[in-house]
Write a protein that binds this ligand. Structure first.
Ligand code: CP3
Length: 333
């Protein structure tokens, strides 16, 4: 069993596995080389050989314990025939939502459109570099995908003012997302994903009173589905204020914490395995500070099942040497 699965399933505390969100990405010159020649991000995600190669790039450099498939949470709206583009220095832009289309979309067409993602997973899983390691599949949480479908771009600090006005269509979109996210999860598991992480990047935008309807219940449905497949599930509700209430309601196998969350409080209140936390900006400082900050998390979670990771994705301006230092340091702890 891989070290990450040992931590999640067997609650081991004497090992410190590590993987990093966005570990395959723009801070790596070998990724930027490929990206320069592939200006259409969606097309790159649909090039299964290149996607597999990009997924493996960080594993060639660092002793990481997992490969996370190079793809995007917005491949699900794309799979539902919605227009999704990535503009340089801006981020994702979605077309106007075609509700009729997604309500009538069929499973076969969806799986067919995303086939290269599953083929990439299969290649990654079969590669020697992932031997004894975990291959991680992922989805965006229903709430975060709803945000992108309606807001049509990253919301930064807040939602567009009339976000909830068309609540009628929100009621219709959520069941569609539930259905197709489960299909996407199943397809990833069938092609080698041994862990599923659910990214709820915009959970922090909601008021507490709205969390059950948009975050807890829809995510619980996915969590129960992943568990029914005998696969562990990690949830990352970024920006949420009360991780304990989240865990009590959503019941993931492990929870990933963001960098604004106090790890000491988490250690006190959360009983399930924990992942992540360190601010990605720490990697932009110096080695001494990096060691100090990484140690802080390792010390706090010394007697708790813990998977080292950051509190959000690694920043593009990160020096790969700092990543190297971090991985070695965590392994030697
Ligand atoms: O972690 C990994 O290495 C796996 C690959 C991965 C990507 N996106 C590749 C990517 C994963 C797990 C994601 C998830 C994702 N995508 C999230 C959830 C995590 C988070 O960051 O909160 C979200 C919100 C998205 C949507 C998205 N995709 C945004 C907002 C952006 C633009 C912002 C940015 O960082 O450039 C993307 C593009 C994207 N997804 C890139 C990568 C490597 C950058 C593409 C590029 O310009 O080269």
């Amino acid at each position: 069993m891989s070290d990450i699965n040992e931590v999640i399933k067997n609650k081991k505390t004497n090992i410190n596995p590590i993987w990093i969100m966005r570990q395959a990405g723009r801070y790596l010159p070998e990724f930027r080389d490929i990206r320069k020649k592939n200006t259409d991000f969606i097309k790159l995600c649909l090039n299964y050989e290149l996607s597999a190669e990009i997924t493996l790039q960080p594993l060639k450099r660092f002793e990481l314990d997992a490969a996370i498939i190079f793809s995007d949470i917005l491949m699900v709206p794309y799979g539902l025939n919605q227009k999704v583009e990535f503009k340089k220095n801006f981020g994702p832009i979605l077309g106007e939502l075609n509700l009729q289309e997604i309500l009538n979309f069929n499973e076969k067409d969806f799986t067919q459109k995303l086939k290269p993602v599953y083929m990439a997973l299969d290649l990654v899983k079969k590669n020697d570099l992932t031997k004894n390691k975990s291959t991680i599949g992922f989805v965006g949480a229903p709430w975060t995908l709803l945000v992108y479908l309606i807001n049509r771009k990253s919301p930064k600090q807040k939602l567009i003012s009339n976000f909830f006005q068309n609540s009628h269509s929100i009621e219709k979109i959520l069941p569609v997302l539930d259905k197709f996210l489960k299909i996407h999860i199943k397809n990833q598991i069938d092609n080698g994903a041994e862990i599923i992480q659910i990214f709820d990047s915009w959970a922090g935008l909601l008021e507490t009173k709205d969390l059950p309807k948009y975050v807890y219940f829809p995510t619980l449905s996915l969590v129960e589905y992943v568990k029914s497949q005998n696969i562990p599930v990690i949830c990352f509700p970024r920006g949420i204020k009360d991780y304990k209430i989240y865990c009590d309601n959503v019941k993931p196998d492990a929870v990933c914490i963001d960098y604004e969350t106090d790890p000491i409080q988490i250690r006190k209140n959360i009983t399930i395995p924990v992942q992540g936390g360190m601010d990605p900006k720490v990697l932009l400082s110096d080695k001494e500070n990096l060691k100090k900050e990484a140690r802080k998390y390792l010390d706090i979670f010394k007697d708790h099942p813990y998977i080292f990771n950051l509190g959000h994705g690694v920043l593009p301006e990160t020096d790969p040497n700092m990543m190297d230092y971090l991985v070695k340091m965590v392994k030697d702890y």
